[in-house]
Design a protein. Structure first.
Length: 243
């Protein structure tokens, strides 16, 4: 049944993915160019994979019964090495794992913590979900944007990179640390509760290469079960009961 010819059913031109007056999303009009054939498994002997990257990915694969389960750790290894999931890095990881680059691309493109294009050297994600929002998360995001020189509007709508290329700042949905509200993930490490003054101090420390506010780091808190060592293999072997 065809739609009636009325103002309620406007005609959309072929290829017209973006509504009139809205900013154009490059994802609708441009494609990421992979290296080689993304549907073929690259030979490791034909890929110049850094030894440290190969070792980290192989270690990750050893922890899972299925190699595909190591896709996310492998992509994290690529991103830590190159700063983003570059086509070259994805191809190297695919060669080590014995999967296609297209498969790893599909995983990376699903999660917004993976970057498929170059981004800032330091990554700041400010939680703006309900707990953090009620305790000033929006103001904290604005403080980080101001301290880094990022556009606050863009930071709160998908994220943006500072003019000097040093910082990527974005608002984020719940980061699962409501007890730290308001908090932020800084280079994949959690910090909180944070104030607007803390944001300026953290940016200075990152620029200077100093340790970031250690007293506010989640990693500095004691373990919920205590700090005593254990000989339970389920805890210290990094392998589940099925291994």
């Amino acid at each position: 049944m065809s739609a009636p010819d009325s103002p309620d059913f406007p005609e959309i031109p072929v290829g017209g993915f973006v509504g009139e007056g809205l900013p154009e999303d490059p994802a609708n009009t441009t494609g990421r160019k992979p290296l080689g054939n993304p549907a073929e498994v690259p030979e490791l002997s034909e890929v110049d994979c850094p030894p440290e990257l190969q070792k980290e990915i192989e270690n990750a694969m050893s922890r899972y019964p299925e190699k595909n389960s190591a896709s996310i750790p492998a992509l994290w290894a690529v991103q830590r090495l190159y700063g983003w999931c570059s086509p070259e890095g994805v191809r190297q990881a695919a060669a080590v794992m014995g999967v296609t680059p297209a498969y790893l691309e599909s995983v990376a493109s699903f999660y917004d913590l993976f970057f498929l294009e170059p981004t800032g050297r330091h990554r700041v994600r400010v939680c703006t979900n309900i707990s953090c929002w009620m305790r000033g998360g929006d103001r904290l995001l604005g403080a980080f944007a101001g301290a880094t020189g990022c556009d606050p509007g863009k930071a709160s709508h998908g994220g943006t990179v500072s003019d000097d290329g040093e910082f990527f700042v974005t608002g984020s949905e719940c980061l699962g640390a409501c007890d730290l509200a308001p908090m932020a993930s800084i280079d994949e490490r959690y910090y909180g509760p944070l104030t607007e003054d803390d944001a300026a101090a953290i940016v200075r420390e990152l620029r200077d290469g100093a340790e970031v506010e250690p007293e506010l780091a989640l990693a500095s808190r004691g373990l919920a079960g205590g700090d005593d060592p254990t000989d339970d293999p389920r805890v210290d072997s990094l392998k589940g009961p099925n291994r």
